[in-house]
Design a protein around this ligand. Sequence first.
Ligand SMILES: [Zn+2]
Length: 229
Amino acid sequence: MRVTIARMRPSVLLPLAAHVPGVARAYGIPCRLPREDAVAVTFDDGPHPEGTPAVLDALDAAGAKATFFLVGEQVERRPELAREIAARGHAVGVHGYRHRLLLRRTRRGLADDLDRAAELIAEATGAAPLYYRAPYGVFSNASLALARQRGWIPFLWSRWGRDWERRATGEAIARRAAGRLVAGDVVLLHDADYYSSAGSWRGTLEALPAILEAAASLGVSWIPLTHAT
Ligand SMILES: [Zn+2]
């Protein structure tokens, strides 16, 4: 009985508490940049035919570089958008082939999912992804092990806009994502609404100029995760 409990403990705790900085640290999942002279903004769930181009234009207007955690099934539908993200100087990471909670997935099924996503991303962008974020930021032990076997760095965030919420206004998103921003912060936003409330990327877009300006007032730049180390 004791053995069963001991074996269960990590796989029960980790999915429930991976957002808590102390727990993330215990599992070696970074939430912040390892340097204090920059900030990073990350966009999950794309590419999206309207959200992604709009976000790319806003980033260009601010001279900012970001990291996009792409979903394989969306890259498959729109590889040209994934290609454009990379061509415009942003980093790409793996967010899975299907955007589902990992808790009920077998290790084999999950390995196939990750490999399929990585292959699609590499084919579309011409670059092998180096970072991994589990759907909903909920990592399982298997997902961490598989990601690390592939040489990917699992990454969470230190700030979020909660931009997936139905009632999130641009102002509220900007305040949560970048109010009292500090160097080293990693911000989570979404350029797609496939897995959140319909049209949520419009609020993100409205918030983006204020979020991106926050780095300038700190005297730091928005860098892709690939430039973080
Ligand atoms: Zn997601």
